[in-house]
Design a protein. Sequence first.
Length: 380
Amino acid sequence: MAQHRLAKTKPIPKFNTMEPQQQFQAHCATIEALQRTITTQHQQQQALMARFRVEVLPVEHQYIQAVYDKTIRLLSFADKKSLGKYNRDALFSWIEDEFDELLHHPFNENLDLDALRQRFSAVNPTPDIKPTQDEVDDFRQYVNEQYGSVGDLSDKELTEMMLDPEKLFNTIDRLFSESQDDDENDDEYEHDDASGSHTHNTQDREGNTQQTLDGLLKSNEINKLYKKLANILHPDREPEPAKKEEKHLLMVRLSKAKKDHDVWTILGMYHQYVDPTFHFSLADMPAINAQLQHRIDALTAELAEIKDPHSLPGMILEKFGGKTAKSIDNKFKKHNAQLQQMIWDQTQQCQELRSLAVLKRYLAPRRAELDFERQMMDYY
């Protein structure tokens, strides 16, 4: 029996079918929406940051101080001769974990970590074991496979990297950055080599677009838009006191846009307060739409930067932001409750760790884990 199969079809590419004036209206609407979102997000972010500094930051400091105090308590057992080798290994493993949290906590600015590190180094000196030549060669091969050629690194430099974690991380970070730059340069060269004429044509079009835009910015048409807006928004023409203050703020915004040659703000305000159907002449549309797209890209990047969770404001916005005041309140309350519980746990452990007998009970799971790792290493 013949088998019937559906014929494979290629996806049909989507083309922009909007007329230039329709595209202009769509771009303007997108810009206005992005600007509103950015303003809202920025205002919420500032409010959250202010609230965070008052309600949460002091509690964060209490928590990391509790971890610091417990680490000092753990260090006080490090030189006890009756602790034993395997318990001491487990203790040092625990202290290293606490150090890791202390070093990477975003609010550790009040802690004297250097003094703590020196105290730990005094009781746990790093053994000065020089790697063999075979180990250096294996490490060179590993770095070469991961980050490209390391021919400029001597055996001495590789040995220092193997013995010093900080030097290792710094060198690998440099190698990674250089490999990324090389890849980008290669891609740029290949692209230029394959499509040099296309690049020149694109630059010519962009140059013409910019000339059209510069002429537009200096044209009487923009001045007419500004004057109409100023006539409508001037606070002296507003009899109601409440609306007078609102129009004063709008005039400040409009005046700043004129001073900064910010045609997009003037245009947006004109759409909002005068004529939402206004558009430029058909001949100017390609240049205007291209610049509007650039503006959309810039606003999108600005919004992404506001929300970036790797920055402190972005992290706080992501963690505590919400659509309603109730949801934001609940997030602050939940986070503070978790912090208080964590502070209690750290303080309780610190208070309990007053004898070797108690310490050994805490170390038992860590010691068992280290023993298992040793057995696995001996097995293989």
